[in-house]
Design a protein. Sequence first.
Length: 78
Amino acid sequence: MVNNAGLNANGNVADVDAELLDRVIDVNFKRTFFALQQAARHLNDGGRIVSVSTGYTRATYPDGSVSRGTSPTSWPSS
């Protein structure tokens, strides 16, 4: 499975409303998580899950705080 979903929402953290934050979390975190969860249930031995993310997690950018923390590459790995 290749997971390539993501919503890039830029904005000053002081100006982000709950609606925008909820939308970003729903797409970037919840939908990604549940897609991975379903794929894990159906993959046979040897199957792979690939999550494609953004390069924006490797550097800081003005007004980029809204969606960066919800990117799969910012999640801790085990």
